[in-house]
Write a protein that binds this ligand. Structure first.
Ligand code: NAD
Length: 337
């Protein structure tokens, strides 16, 4: 058995990672540590409830006593840090929680893991730490960090801390940096789920600026497979980029979504651009392909159609989030413990 401690497992990528691991392997046990912020939803793991190989502990990665106790109790072979404040727009409104969770939380985890002599630590990071590209070029693992939003600055600070612990303490950490994810269970404030659920309800789709910003889209399961490959086969101290090789302008993605949903383009509303909006992200993931034997597998057209179908079939999940009702799920299931 491999014992993993996953932080942020009630969010979008963490919950997909937990489901992916538990359904593709029988030799893994997972402790999920999550604070259940507005983005954390225990319903994302409802289908795994009662699975003896999954434990849940509610708590904050910034709380040293809590983290130490969780590590002592679960004695993991490896820790994977997904927990973060993750929405750029919220970081522009208030960067405080981003610095707290993404920087201080990572530092608390690193210290506790070092003290507990954890065998491997994986920091889940983002391509946004590299800043913005012009029309040409790709981010490689050598691209200098040049974050442009409070969110990406806090993630870059965490990456730097991880790097320093490897260098200073021979701490066994790996960093992964991935491009924009899409797929089931993504909180409906992010572009793809927001636009799908708005379009399904004939509400306007707010497109920033002229919609010319380019993102490289990857299916969340391809990201999860990459994280697992890095965990099992990655070299300590290394960074691995993951991307979907699928660059799209936001406006083209919006039009594709409307076409697949059979909704009119008149739903598009151009709104004032996000301040400091990065123009283009695109990832060179050849290192992960060469060294981890990983490559993105999900074809974008197929993945997008499946994602649309998932949001259509799970309209109540979106509705419970929109109404705030999902936040009572924990109390219902766990009696407020
Ligand atoms: P998310 O916002 O959906 O989920 C974050 C989870 O972390 C939630 O369950 C939340 O409750 C939990 N959390 C927040 N603060 C916490 C704290 N202090 N203690 C414990 N738990 C806490 O985010 P996501 O999209 O699943 O992203 C997961 C990770 O992947 C993040 O580190 C993010 O930076 C990174 N990432 C995301 C993308 C993307 O496209 N979504 C791309 C690359 C990297």
């Amino acid at each position: 058995m491999q014992r993993l401690l996953v932080t942020g497992g009630c969010g979008f990528i963490g919950s997909n990672f937990i489901r992916h691991c538990l359904t593709t392997r029988d030799d893994v046990e997972i402790t999920n540590v999550d604070k259940l912020t507005y983005a954390g939803n225990l319903e994302n793991l409802a289908d795994l409830e009662g699975n003896p190989r999954l434990q849940f502990r509610r708590g904050d990665i910034c709380d040293r006593d809590f983290v130490q106790a969780a590590l002592a109790e679960s004695a993991p072979d490896a820790v994977l840090n997904f927990a973060a404040e993750s929405h750029v727009d919220r970081s522009i409104l208030d960067s405080g929680p981003f610095v707290q969770t993404n920087v201080t939380g990572t530092q608390v985890l690193l210290d506790a893991c070092r003290e507990a002599e954890i065998g491997r630590f994986l920091q889940v990071s983002t391509d946004e730490v590299y800043g913005s590209l012009g029309a040409e070029g790709l981010f490689t693992e050598q691209t200098p960090l040049a974050p442009n939003s409070p969110y990406s600055a806090s993630k870059a600070a965490a990456d730097m801390l991880v790097r320093s612990y490897v260098h200073t303490f021979e701490f066994p950490a790996i960093i992964t940096r991935c491009s924009n994810n899409y797929g089931p269970y993504q909180f409906p404030e992010k572009l793809i789920p927001l636009f799908i659920s708005n379009a399904l309800n004939d509400r306007p789709l707010p497109v920033y600026g002229k919609g010319e910003n380019v993102r490289d889209w990857i299916h969340v399961i391809d990201h999860c497979r990459g994280i697992e490959a890095a965990l099992q086969r990655g070299q300590v101290g290394e960074v691995y980029n993951f991307g979907g090789k699928c660059e799209l302008q936001n406006i083209d993605l919006t039009r594709t979504l409307l076409r697949l949903l059979d909704k009119p383009e008149s739903l598009i509303r151009y709104v004032t651009d996000r301040p400091g909006h990065d123009l283009r992200y695109a990832i060179d993931c050849s290192k992960a392909e060469r060294q981890l034997g990983w490559s993105p597998q999900v074809d974008f057209a197929t993945g997008l159609q499946e994602t649309i179908d998932w949001y259509r079939d799970n309209a109540e999940w979106v509705e419970r989030i929109r109404s705030g009702e999902y936040q009572t799920y924990y109390d219902r299931q766990y009696g407020g413990r």
